[in-house]
Design a protein around this ligand. Sequence first.
Ligand SMILES: *Cc1c(COP(=O)(O)O)cnc(C)c1O
Length: 370
Amino acid sequence: MNRVYNFSAGPSMLPEDVLKQAAAEMLDCNGTGQSVMEMSHRSKAFEPIIAKTEATLRELMGIPSNYKVLFLQGGASLQFSMVPLNLKRIGKAAYIDTGVWSGKAIKEAKRFLSVDTIASSKDKNFTYVPRVDAIKGDYDYAHVTSNNTIFGTKYAKFPETGDIPLVCDASSNILSEPMDVSKFGIIYAGAQKNLAPAGVTVVIIREDLIRGPEHAAGDLPADVPTMLRYDTHANEGSMFNTPPCYSVYVMGLVLEYLKKNGGLPAITAKNREKAKILYDYLDASAFFRPTAEKESRSLMNVPFLTVIEDKEKAEAMNKKFVAEAAKAGLVNLAGHRLVGGMRASIYNYMPTEGVRALVEFMKRFEKENA
Ligand SMILES: *Cc1c(COP(=O)(O)O)cnc(C)c1O
């Protein structure tokens, strides 16, 4: 068997131990005589699986008890509409525009309320995260994208928002570094980058932001669809309808694996080490250069270009790089068309050896092609 190092922006690599465990439990999970894929989500067999996944996530992230954890579907993309639908009161929200995903969140929010884009890094093709110390004003909430998957940037520090709930799309860096959950009203993340296979979206929401007939915050307008209301899912423990059972199960295995291997402190150190190996090489290279500004560099997504100025020649070189890398077992390194060049996504479960192998390959490539 030849496993490759997958540098895709998502879905991404999972720990090999987790894949082996899932394989071993494929036909019979916990002596139930069935696969998790076959279990009723309301059965005694599945209950402890979803409960443990939630408990481990709470423990690893230090989620305070006044927050609910929801396992939803529709990806982070559906949260672009659920957030404004559920938080809209006065009808105005503040967004910071740091790239494509922020842009999509803004576009969707504009269907429901008026958006103030209070800062943007569009002027430099999103190569940095604008510094915003504080957000003030009459806003239902403020929205940030903690890590910008396409442009390879992240916040060094989040803005202070006082009483304005801060909402964060953390799809591409959740659980990669410490995050003070209590600073946020909502954190949401599609699971397929750092947590699990695709199909499940984690929403961490402060209880006082959940609206419904049984909630202190009061009810929502009647035209918010049942499936798009946070209270629907919070009241039913993510079991209003069938949750993505298998993805929740694998997330549980991933989180358990992380816990056994030193939890957040260990993965933080590992992620910083991996990123350093790659950025150190890129900074020293006369052939490649990283695109993101230093203070805003992502630990998860590293876009880089060759220094070749002629567009056609650069394109040909990129193609050659991506093809030769794939032959060497380093796959999915093509850059996003909005940045060009290459992008190495090095999420939580990309082994350090994978990053070392990439740098070794790049050194060879540089020597042969510079
Ligand atoms: C991947 C990604 C998304 C989209 O997630 P889906 O689960 O595919 O909807 C949204 N935001 C960010 C920051 C992402 O990286």
